[in-house]
Write a new protein. Structure first.
Length: 313
């Protein structure tokens, strides 16, 4: 009996260890290099580990950096960048793992996609553009990154604006994080990324305040990165490091003027979570954005532009 149990256990271990490698991960077809679809005013900036997709609009002493959320790109800010650029210089970018930003090395370590290295990525872009200090605006997971930068690079942040910030959740559950770093999951990762992005886009789409408005254009914009070589590999590396929350001590260390905003109808980041962020950042202000959910920059860009302008004035 014991021998049979050990044999069954041994077979199970072998299956768990080797079966994932037997699953075919076919390469994507009909994809193109980034250079084939990038258009002005976008530009590609060569960094130490990445070729970054960056868009700079406007001019002036006041600089503002826009950081998108999970599964998104710099295009999420399209409806408000020109309005902001009338009075300041606006910098947006595709963060590592998203959009048209690409790793410079085929086998770049996944650790370069964690929050520390994503912050370094943003700072390196600002250094390349010779921008010493800016207002930082971050939506969803971009809000978490913006808060991290404010805590760790306070000399680079003039003011901080967190829009539906995903501070206390999002990403893979922390207890699953070790599993996501196994060779087996590295093999299956691109398949997982292809499935996951579809589910995420559906979730965000269903949470839009006016889901029927410009739906086809919205979907085309969100699916554009899937035209690029190895987008699934890049996204998988980002997913591997998407677990965890920002410690409360990080928020409490921020001493920069901060505005926390939350879409009135957001069901992904609830109002109580954003109010908790406001409470933890000393002196932070809070406002609801009317007629919007998780993506106010797309759902009510005029209101968001006005709130930003009023705060940094």
């Amino acid at each position: 009996m014991k021998r049979n149990f050990l044999l069954a256990f041994f077979i199970l271990v072998l299956l768990i260890t080797f079966l994932p490698f037997l699953v075919p991960v076919n390469e994507l077809h009909d994809t193109v290099p980034v250079e084939d679809i990038i258009t002005a005013p976008s530009q590609l900036i060569e960094l130490d580990h990445f070729t970054a997709h960056v868009r700079v609009l406007g001019s002036g002493e006041q600089k503002i950096v826009l950081l998108h959320g999970f599964g998104s790109t710099l295009n999420t800010w399209n409806d408000m960048q020109l309005a902001l650029a009338k009075n300041m210089q606006v910098i947006s970018m595709d963060l590592p793992g998203y959009g048209l930003t690409r790793a410079n090395e085929k086998n770049l370590a996944a650790s370069n996609y964690d929050i520390y290295n994503r912050a370094e990525f943003v700072i390196e872009i600002l250094d390349t553009l010779d921008i010493k200090k800016a207002v930082f605006v971050g939506n969803s997971a971009g809000g978490k990154l913006a808060a991290y930068i404010a805590a760790n690079y306070p000399e680079r942040v003039d003011k901080l604006i967190l829009v539906d910030p995903a501070i206390f959740g999002g990403g893979i559950p922390p207890f699953l994080s070790p599993l996501f770093h196994t060779p087996q999951m590295d093999h299956l990762g691109p398949l997982f990324a292809r499935f996951f992005i579809k589910q995420w886009v559906n979730l965000v789409c269903n949470n839009r305040h006016h889901p029927e408005d410009n739906l086809e254009d919205w979907l085309n914009t969100y699916q554009q990165p899937q035209l690029i070589h190895d987008w699934d590999v890049e996204l998988w590396k980002q997913i591997q490091y998407s677990a965890g929350v920002l410690p409360e001590s990080v928020l409490m260390s921020i001493q920069i003027p901060t505005l926390v905003l939350n879409g009135e109808f957001d069901q992904i980041v609830k109002e109580e979570d954003s109010r908790k962020v406001q409470y933890l950042i000393g002196g932070a202000e809070f406002q609801l954005i009317p007629n919007s959910a998780h993506l106010p920059q797309e759902e009510n860009p005029a209101a968001l532009v006005q709130l930003i302008a009023d705060f940094i004035r």
